[in-house]
Structures are given as C-alpha cells and as structure tokens.
Design a protein around this ligand. Structure first.
Ligand SMILES: Cc1cc2nc3c(=O)[nH]c(=O)nc-3n(C[C@H](O)[C@H](O)[C@H](O)COP(=O)(O)O)c2cc1C
Length: 182
C-alpha cells in the first residue's frame, strides 16, 4: 500500500542527525519514505528549541516554526536516548512545546536507545507524556540496548530482527494514520 499524502515528522531526543537517536529516527523515516510518505527531520542542532520557561521563549520564532510544522504533520516518529532511566531532557522539552491542538488525535511511533540492557522505561514514560497531549502512540515500539554496537557504517541496524521490528513499527504508524483519516 502507498502512503502518499501522509506527512511524517521525525524527532530525536538528542542534537544532531548523527546521534544514535538521530540515526534511529532517520532510519525509520527512510522506511516511511519508501512507503510513499513525505518525511521531515527536525534537527535540533540546526534549530534548537529554547527551554520552556526561559526568557523570551514564548514568542520565539523557532517555536512558532516548530508548532506550525506540528500542525501540518499527520504522524510522528520519535526516538529518545535513555538518561537516568527515562527520556532525555531534550526529548521532554520537545514534548513540552507540543499541545493537544498540535498533536491531539495524531499517531506516534516510539523508539528509544540506551547504553545498557534493553528495557521499556523510556518508551513507557513517553507514552505517559503523550497521553496528556491526547496523542495516539501505536502499540508497536522499539528499544535498542547496547546502542554503541547497533548500527553499521551505512546507518542501518546490524540486527535483522531489530530492523524488521523497525519496519513493523513504521508500517503500524502509517496504516493507523490512514485509518484515522478515513
Ligand atoms: C546523562 C546520561 C545518562 C544515561 N543514563 C543511562 C541509563 O539510565 N541507562 C542506559 O542504559 N544508558 C544510559 N546512558 C547512555 C545513553 O543512553 C547512550 O549514551 C545513548 O543512548 C547513546 O546515544 P549517543 O551515542 O548518540 O550519545 C546515559 C547517558 C547519559 C549521557
């Protein structure tokens, strides 16, 4: 099935597309693009979002650009590193710039990467935050433990089983978005 007409925004809980969560999101976006979706990656290194609450943040032009883009997008692919057992502060700050009016009723695919053993802490914590935004994370999800060794030089995942989970996650995000739109 082609998913043309669906616009997907990729968000990472770290700066740089070359961070491990940046790589994970971009791999997921590549899969979404191969299925016909339009994809965009928001690179915080190029367009850092201010911290919510800091001086001048409320009318910051980057925030306005980010929130307009949220409104335009139908679905979101998100990856956060695990920091001290939860999502990174960068990821949480990105969520804090979202409101129900931007992402409510829209579909999310959740991924996390961590230095240690695979677990679902960060994924579960992201689900809780998204509940407050009335967003719809799909049941499929992906955590990549021992992330230092997870990617090959071409940016794809070394483990075929993880790559196939990634593809299943993206398919679920796109097919659920299509159902929501019908
Ligand atoms: C402040 C901090 C806290 C971290 N806490 C955890 C943790 O609780 N569990 C874990 O497995 N890895 C932890 N890590 C490792 C990161 O998850 C890991 O560096 C990241 O997923 C890899 O992305 P990177 O190579 O792009 O930095 C932590 C790293 C930092 C910097």
């Amino acid at each position: 099935m082609s998913y043309s007409g669906i616009k997907v925004l990729g968000l990472a809980g770290e700066y740089r597309s070359t961070s491990k969560s940046g790589m994970l999101v971009n791999e997921a976006l590549k899969v979404a693009e191969s299925k016909g979706a339009e994809v965009i990656f928001w690179d915080l290194n190029d367009k850092p979002l201010p911290l919510v609450g800091e001086d001048g943040c409320w009318n910051h032009p980057t925030v306005q650009e980010f929130q307009s883009l949220l409104l335009e997008c139908d679905a979101f692919l998100v990856a956060s590193p695990e920091y001290h057992g939860t999502m990174s502060g960068v990821m949480k700050n990105t969520f804090d710039w979202m409101y129900d009016k931007h992402v409510g009723g829209k579909v999310f695919g959740l991924m996390s990467n961590l230095g240690g053993v695979t677990n679902a802490n960060t994924l579960n914590h992201m689900r809780i935050s998204l509940r407050w935004l009335h967003a719809w994370p799909v049941p499929e999800q992906l955590a990549i433990g021992h992330v230092k060794d997870a990617f090959g030089e071409d940016g794809t995942l070394n483990d075929d089983a993880l790559q196939s989970r990634l593809e299943g996650l993206v398919e679920s995000v796109l097919s659920t978005t299509k159902k929501f739109q019908s």
